[in-house]
Design a protein around this ligand. Structure first.
Ligand code: CMP
Length: 157
């Protein structure tokens, strides 16, 4: 079972609304492991790379200017199937339609101000992590909880 990493950004609206602790708590409670964390102002270059797939969209400039307007918090979370697990906890893009119980469903109303970004697939996760983090900013460690979060066969032992 793939023990993988995924990238999360708490967007400017999430930081402004004081949701950093709540978001971290939800991922921790689920059993995911935090392996990278930083606060930053994303540069135009980083945002162009991050949102390359939206380059032709009419909201591209608006999205970049919003994302670059204020600090964000970037995180890397690790676990078995971390990418789909985090996507499920985050919820669908449009806050007012996102599932109750998800982060966007519980805290968001907007499409652009949807609080949080989560990698869509493993390739995006690898690409996105590298835009914000260098290898020495990512941590490889065991927690004492892992033995009760996963069965031995899931840990590959
Ligand atoms: P996310 O899925 O994290 O990555 C792309 C972001 O673009 C998305 O969240 C929204 O914040 C934003 N977005 C998507 N669609 C629109 C839209 N039609 N207008 C403005 N922003 C959008």
């Amino acid at each position: 079972m793939p023990n993988t990493r995924t990238a999360v950004l708490v967007k400017p609206d999430g930081l402004q609304r004081g949701l950093i602790g709540e978001i971290i708590t939800r991922f921790e409670r689920k059993g995911l492991k935090l392996v990278g964390l930083k606060m930053l102002d994303m540069t135009d270059e980083q945002l162009s790379e991050w949102y390359a797939e939206h380059k032709e969209k009419n909201f591209f400039d608006d999205l970049k200017s919003f994302m670059g307007s204020k600090p964000i918090v970037a995180m890397v979370w690790q676990g078995i199937d971390a990418v789909p697990v985090v996507r499920k906890l985050v919820g669908t893009t449009l806050g007012r339609e996102a599932e109750a119980g998800s982060i966007r469903g519980d805290f968001g109303m907007s499409q652009q101000y949807n609080l949080i970004h989560a990698s869509a697939n493993n390739d995006d996760a690898v690409r996105e992590v590298a835009i914000v983090f260098s290898e020495n900013e990512l941590f490889d460690y065991q927690t004492v909880m892992e033995g009760v979060i996963y069965a031995d066969y899931e840990m590959g032992s």
